[in-house]
Structures are given as structure tokens and as C-alpha cells.
Ligand binder design. Structure first.
Ligand code: F6R
Length: 266
């Protein structure tokens, strides 16, 4: 795991966005894995800015979102399809026909999950997957006890996740307790994974993910098995890491190495 500790949420968003911009500029038809929630919003703002400044184009990009509430269609204001349109797709030059979110209104959700997996494979697989992390260590909607080999499937949300997300729903409004989510096995197949976390309320989850045992108790700990996982966090989210100074040292050495390699004659 590459653990990058930055001073604040703005720096986290910029760093994360640059990874996506570099990826698309290297491979214009990249396949991106995308996430919803509060954390990626600032990164999406950076991508929109870069697109509007002609620093990156999404014209040939394909995207797959991690998850969707089961029971909400894409026009519902709390659906993740709606969120993605509002927060990113409506503001960049992406072809919406190439953006995929698990169908929350699927007649047969089990078949829909299989079709989603097939679609990812047919696209050549995800080049870079963006992730947030729940306070309980979930990634996507893979809650604690999820199989670390799981595939896209219907998943029950924990009470904690339902409570955390209640802020987005009006009082009395139907709030789904089920979701369709990519599995942890699906996520681990992405060629690169970028997980962002900010704020003190993520500090326990970040410690368990990076320094705890690999365990279904903290689903994100499965990323310890990924050969190219980058964890980008602010000081607050890093505040419970025992080895924070080591990660900062490694990162500063990495920067020097990158600089040296960039200056090598061709
Ligand atoms: C969203 C998702 C979730 C969130 C996580 C953190 O697509 O997959 O795992 O990333 O719940 O959410 P925020 O960023 O709102 O703290």
C-alpha cells in the first residue's frame, strides 16, 4: 500500500484527481471505477475544472460505479446515478451511454448483478478504481463480514451505514436498506485502486485498514492484498496510524525517485 498523508481535504482531492487525469491522458479510453458519498465530491470538482481547462477529456472514457441503492431508480434525487450526473457527468464531456451504475430499479437484481460483472469484463476491466471508506471499514457497500472474494451482489446495509446516510434523505422519506454493490473480489481486480479519506471520524477505519490484520471485520483491509493500492488521507484521518512518520518518509523518498526518473535522458 502506498499511504499518502496530506495536510487537508483540498490537498487530498487534488492529489487524487491528478491520478485520474494522468491515467486518462496516458490512455484516453480508460475504464474508471467511481464512487459516491461526500469524500469524492471535491475530487470531481477538480476533474470538472481540468476538463473545462482542456487538460483532460472524458470523450472516450467508460465508467462503472461501485454501488446503488436497491429500490431507487436513476431519477430519484438520492440515487447514485442521479448523484453522478449532478456531481460529474453533467459537467464534463463524457458520453453518458458509457457510464454505468448498478440498476437500483432492476426487475431481477440477481441477474442485474451478473450482467454488471460481465459488462466490466467486456470493457477490459477497471483501470483505476476510486474508493471512499465507511466508519466501519466498508468499501462500496461491502459491510463488515462481507466475503473478501465477493462479487457484485445484493447487500444489506448495516444500521450504522443507514444512519450515516440518513442525512441525505428527507424526514419520513423511503430510505433503502439494501444495495447492489461491486464485491471486494471485483474491486481487487481493478488495475489500480485509489482510496480517499478525510476527517477524524475515519481515523479508526484507516488504522484498521492499513495496520490491522486482513479481516472481513474491516473489509477495506483486503486492499493490503492489492499490488497497486494508493491511500490518500488528510492528517485527521491519519491521526491513529502508528507508523505515520514512516509513510511520510517513504512518500518523500518516492517523490525524489519520481523526480530523478523524470529527469533521466530518454
Ligand atoms: C459510495 C461508497 C461508500 C462510501 C463510504 C464513505 O459509493 O461506496 O463506500 O465511499 O460510505 O462515504 P463518505 O465519503 O460519504 O464518507
Amino acid at each position: 500500500m502506498q499511504i499518502v498523508i496530506l495536510k487537508d481535504a483540498a490537498a487530498v482531492a487534488e492529489y487524487g484527481a491528478q491520478i485520474f487525469i494522468d491515467q486518462i491522458n496516458r490512455k484516453s479510453d480508460s475504464v474508471l471505477g467511481l464512487a459516491t458519498g461526500s469524500t469524492p465530491v471535491a475530487l470531481y470538482q477538480e476533474l470538472i475544472k481540468a476538463n473545462q481547462a482542456n487538460k483532460v477529456s472524458f470523450k472516450q472514457v467508460t465508467s462503472f460505479n461501485l454501488d446503488e441503492y436497491l429500490g431507487l431508480d436513476g431519477d430519484h434525487a438520492q440515487s447514485y446515478r442521479f448523484f453522478m450526473n449532478e456531481q460529474l457527468f453533467n459537467h464534463v464531456d463524457i458520453d453518458k451511454n458509457n457510464t454505468f451504475v448498478p440498476p437500483g430499479d432492476a426487475q431481477n437484481p440477481i441477474t442485474a448483478c451478473k450482467m454488471y460483472e460481465n459488462k466490466i469484463s467486456q470493457s477490459g476491466g477497471v483501470d483505476v478504481q476510486l474508493l471512499g471508506i465507511g466508519r466501519n471499514g466498508h468499501i462500496g457497500f461491502n459491510e463488515p463480514s462481507s466475503s473478501l472474494a465477493s462479487r457484485t451482489r445484493v447487500k444489506t446495509l448495516t444500521k450504522e451505514t443507514v444512519e450515516d446516510n440518513a442525512r441525505f434523505f428527507a424526514e419520513g422519506e423511503f430510505q433503502p436498506h439494501l444495495s447492489i454493490t461491486m464485491g471486494i473480489g471485483t474491486i481487487l481486480e481493478a488495475k489500480k485502486v485509489v482510496l480517499l479519506a478525510t476527517g477524524e471520524n475515519k481515523a479508526d477505519a484507516i488504522r484498521d485498514m492499513c495496520e490491522g490484520a486482513v479481516s472481513a471485520v474491516c473489509p477495506a483491509s483486503a486492499l493490503q492484498f492489492h499490488q497497486d493500492a494508493v491511500v490518500v488521507i488528510d492528517e485527521a484521518a491519519a491521526s491513529k496510524l502508528v507508523n505515520a512518520e514512516l509513510y511520510k518518509h517513504i512518500e518523500s523518498e518516492n517523490q525524489k525517485l519520481q523526480q530523478y526518473l523524470a529527469e533521466l535522458p530518454n
